[in-house]
Each structure stands twice: as C-alpha cells, then as structure tokens.
Design a protein around this ligand. Structure first.
Ligand SMILES: [Zn+2]
Length: 82
C-alpha cells in the first residue's frame, strides 16, 4: 500500500468513501492530529482507493517548492524574477 503524506497543515489524512447507484468514490479529508486542528482539506473524488491515494499525495506546488528549497540550500543562485 502506498504511504500517505501528511496534509499541508501537518494533519493526518482520513479516507472517506461514498457510493450511489451510479458510482463509488473515494477521497481523503484532513483529520488533523492531537496538536493540529483539522483544516478539512479534501482531495478530489476518485473511482478507486488507490487513485484517491495518488490524488492525495499529488502536490505539484509543494513538490516544486521543496525542490527549490533544496536547490537554494545547496547554495545555488536565485535567477532574477522578470
Ligand atoms: Zn490539513
């Protein structure tokens, strides 16, 4: 099973499931932690649990920023903004 990333607020994801006659869907909602109040961030609805895990873990902006921070920490120069 894929590992779930914590929410951007530091909270734990909680899986949720819904079904109707037409379709089933899975998604995750931020459930907070003992220290962090749940921010109620929700991932998009997906047609399977595995897809919902991928959607929850998909953080293009967060990943880009982390990569940028790592680059800066290695001492690379910051190109000037246009
Ligand atoms: Zn959260």
């Amino acid at each position: 099973m894929s590992e779930l990333r914590p929410c951007h607020c530091g909270g734990n994801p909680k899986s949720e499931y819904g079904a109707s006659e037409e379709y089933e869907s899975w998604w995750f909602r931020c459930d907070g932690t003992d220290e962090v109040e749940a921010c109620n961030f929700m991932s998009e609805d997906c047609s399977s649990y595995d897809e919902a895990v991928k959607a929850w873990n998909h953080r293009p902006i967060e990943d880009e920023l982390r990569a940028r921070i790592a680059e800066l920490e290695r001492g690379h120069l910051i190109p000037e903004a246009k």
